[in-house]
Unconditional design. Sequence first.
Length: 652
Amino acid sequence: MSGVAGPSRTLSAADVLHAQLGVWYMQAPYAESDDAACAEVGVCLWLARLVAGVEPPPRSYAEYLHLLHAALDGNCAFTNDGRRGREAHVHSVSDWLAAQVKRMESKPNGVVLLLQDLQGIFPLEPNNPPTQDVRRRIGRRSMLGIFLRRVRLAVMRLDEAGMARLCAEMVDYIDGTGQEREDKAPQRAQRAVNKRHAAWLKYEKAHRAGDYTGALRQMSYFFDMFPLGAPSPIKVLHHHALLHLAYFHFETGGLAESRSALKDAIHMARLLSDTDAILACDSLVRRLDLEARDEAVVGLTTSEVSRPAIRPPYELDDLWEADHDSNEGAPLYSVLARLVEGIWLSNARPQPSRQISLGPSLPRTSVARSSYRTTSREARIWHELGHARVAAPLRESCWAASVQRARAHEAEVRLECASGEAWQLAEAGNFDAALAVLLDADLCDSLSAQRYARWQAEVLRVVWLQARRRGDAATMHELRLRRPEIEKEVDGVVAETLPLANYARPADVGEGDRKQDRPAAKLSLLDSLRLARELATAQQGAAALDALLSFLAQAERQDRIALHRQGLVLLAELQAEHLDMAAKACATMEEVLPAALADHNAEHRGDAAFTYGRALLARGQEEPRITPLAAVWFDRAAEGAHSAPGPPWQLR
């Protein structure tokens, strides 16, 4: 802002000229023509833009006059009759301003003359009339009025040294030597700033490309240089460097190195009383505790591990904890409720006063999140709860919000939204549309090395589902070779032989530094359901029932409604085919059938209709009148084969 922002702001030569031009506007005779009046309005608007900081202040007196001339004749179209008077009007204003500048230069403390003019226009007491002739009034509380009164106050508070400095600056400004000194600003400091910013850009580029050695080197180089203009307490950036180093090792799987760096960061942050850094350290400590390999900690949800009573607002911990708890098997409704509650508490808590900003060159470990990031996580939870119609508009809204921003972490949101949308389309049988979503050019361009592995896994999941439904054994074999755990991620496996891959960690990280890999809760449920289905296919009714009841209990406890519904359909099949409980099977299906038929998954809809038909057929042996209804449901199941070709129930 070019104007005097307050009494403590240093008065500049441009501010003096702004104030002098304000005096001219209030004392100048009334314009004799409409063209001249229009020019005066243009000067007033230009002065307001300068005071408000909309336009940068002129760097020299010559530039000031040039912009003043443009303001006088550039805001209106002069008539032919008034063109000859335009030059005279412009020069009259310039000559008046030049005379005032010469008057101030003629005395050692010539700026005092401006103070006398301002005191005559704006008396100290608001009720006192002006002592000088004023033809136009500027409100005392208007933007220009406040600026002029602040200039008067700043001049009144100048001591002899300050007055001499301002007069010398006026001489340099008028002669143009001030601009030359500004052009010759310290080049060494500018080079340091450029090097520091370049180091961070190289760090982001290396991290994006998966060059973790280069990223670590550039991050160390970045913290070796202090931000330009940072006050001395904030120049101590060692604990920030250690905190970033700890988070870097945590992100890449080096838990031992992360703990070591974090311990030193906590020690230095406490010595410096950096509250924000201490809170960020506490957040990382909790993540390390939950990722620890100790059996006393593994398997706990975040609600079972204490967290600090004072939490920073808008933190990413809520999102990370929601992911951790859902993977550990916590009830999804409670995860969603705590996520929404955390958002409400963060928004309701009064915001702390901001520290001095060091600009974009000092990113914090705990990045402030916005609502669309949380919306994408809510959409995923709603989809896992079995409410795809609720998740779809949430994903659409957060996708639109993330596309409008070009920052790096929006790529994660877009990938999550694209993955959820593509999987929902694939489950519905629209495989071409699903692949089109994942192969979007903008999405692919925004992927980093870590996110590329996840994106590739999402593409292979869609292709696997399509190949499995079509019975394409060759494609399925090729996909198993490319990604051995693909079958487990989509359909579950009976015998677990491979650990769950962690896509966010590079392959060369030592196993001793990692948390012991174990399947997520959803994958364990898929394995249990697959086991029960395989036992039923093998005519092992009793064993299948035991495995299925265990699965149903776990799915209900975790609020996995869609999986629980699949288990009930399988239970009805067991009751009808293996347990001679046809009536009970029909009752089970009638309970679950409305929700099953409304499922977006075409395969699940067809499986439910096919199972209900089998239950009616089995019951028809006792009640022949029910048998024709079975044919109706078999026809309905066959219709679903067009959108979900080759589901398992067609191959039995």
